[in-house]
Design a binder for this molecule. Structure first.
Ligand SMILES: *Cc1c(COP(=O)(O)O)cnc(C)c1O
Length: 405
């Protein structure tokens, strides 16, 4: 996907528009599976919430991936995309027992992350195999420090509560078929991750009927030049050794599962916007684009840095800009950023726009959400239409109150 391809897409589908490079998604998937090729049974469950368009889900299905879901709606999207329920894992947090029961009925693997639901679900459905999500209380601190943290995290069952888990399992006669962790923090330090995996193995030793161990995600991708990224190959080599020797000890070939979102789709995405206005102020030059945090909230929400390129003038002289949106609210995408000279009407491309970008978009300011385009072998496929005014008004009921006059 070069600049000319992107300009053609912006022209054809209008701006703003999200574009995803299928070949990049495929190569990331193959890089991950390649790194773990010496694991006999490997499962990659793509985390739907990162980018949930059904064409993306269908792409992952065709690659042989399963799905990681966090809501019944995500499960339904996966089924609609044609993914077999046995290839879907459901890892909710703070969700009602009723929703979990409905998802279990669909034949989806349930992953439970609190004792209350574990006990209630196990009592009512002891025959349904369940995975448990543990919180290993491990996170990277500094370079090679392993610090105990995440005590306050709302996710997972604390490893200190394993005795209580075991009591529930024994009392209900339920079947635990998987152990899971997803700390949510970036795996930059492989040693820390391997340390956490030991805790997972220790937990696994308590259960005799396991089929899989799920190591969650946390793979970091580069957002700008010089960023460190997870060394997947090194992780693959080291974790494979540990995993295979654990399986030998356990006496069964378990499945090793991962559930990456960002790693698989972040870099594949570009977000294209058009510059409406160049506004000089006393302190900066604003480039105001036809978007805002209604379409891409990561810079404002997480302080994430997305590289921005002026693809209409890629060879121009570099100048400093504050790139902001058109929302009536502070919506700074980038402050004081060096970008090649921008004119009104130019198309800017945001990098790393695949994960948590469209999927976190909204209709704030009653603006339409952008279309999504999938790019494959030189061909642009529209996979979501731009919203229309009907989408904004759908479901709204105009009630006119009888006001006293
Ligand atoms: C969000 C999420 C993921 C994906 O995390 P990434 O950082 O996008 O790889 C995986 N597992 C669970 C349970 C999640 O909630």
């Amino acid at each position: 996907m070069n600049n000319q391809d992107l300009l053609t897409i912006a022209e054809k589908f209008g701006s703003p528009v999200y574009v995803y490079d299928a070949e990049k998604i495929i190569s990331q998937y193959k890089r991950l599976t390649g790194a773990f090729s010496k694991v006999k049974n490997l499962r990659i469950h793509y985390a739907v919430k990162a980018l949930s368009n059904i064409s993306i889900l269908s792409l992952f299905k065709n690659l042989g991936a399963g799905l990681d879901t966090v809501s019944i709606q995500e499960v339904k999207l996966g089924l609609k995309a044609g993914v077999d329920p046995s290839q879907i894992i459901y890892t909710p947090n703070g969700v009602s027992l009723e929703e979990i029961e409905k998802v279990a009925e669909m034949g989806v693997q349930i992953n439970i992350d609190n004792l209350s639901i574990l006990e209630q679900f196990g009592t009512k459905h002891p025959q349904v195999p369940v995975c448990i999500r543990i919180n290993p209380h491990v996170m990277a601190g500094g370079n090679t420090n392993i610090s105990v943290g995440h005590i306050d995290s709302k996710f997972g069952i604390s490893i200190h509560q394993i005795p209580h888990v075991l009591r529930i399992v024994e009392n209900t006669g339920m079947n635990i078929n998987g152990i899971h962790m997803h700390t949510g923090s970036d795996i930059l330090d492989i040693e820390v991750f391997l340390y956490a995996s030991e805790i997972l193995f220790d937990t696994a030793r308590h259960f005799k009927e396991l089929e899989f161990i799920d190591f969650g995600s946390g793979f970091k991708v580069p957002y700008k030049e010089g960023d460190i990224e997870t060394n997947i190959e090194e992780l693959g080599e080291k974790l494979t050794k540990k995993f295979n020797s654990f399986c030998k000890e356990y006496g069964r070939d378990l499945t090793l599962a991962f559930e990456p979102g960002k790693f698989l789709v972040s870099e594949a995405g570009k977000f294209l916007v058009k510059v409406n206005v160049i506004k000089q102020t006393t302190s900066t030059v604003f480039a105001q684009v036809d978007s805002g945090f209604n379409h891409l909230i990561r810079p404002m929400f997480y302080g994430s840095r997305h590289e921005i390129h002026n693809i209409s003038n890629p060879e121009g002289k570099e100048r400093f800009y504050s790139v902001v949106g058109y929302i009536c609210e502070t919506d700074t995408f980038a402050g004081n950023r060096r970008i090649t000279e921008i004119k009104e009407g130019d198309i800017l491309a945001f990098d790393n726009a695949g994960a948590y970008c469209f999927s976190m978009s909204s209709n704030f300011n009653s603006r339409f959400r952008p279309p999504e385009v999938l790019w494959y072998q030189g061909e642009a496929y529209l996979i979501r239409e731009r919203e229309t005014f009907e989408d904004i008004t759908r479901g709204q009921l105009q009630v006119e109150l009888n006001l006293p006059v």
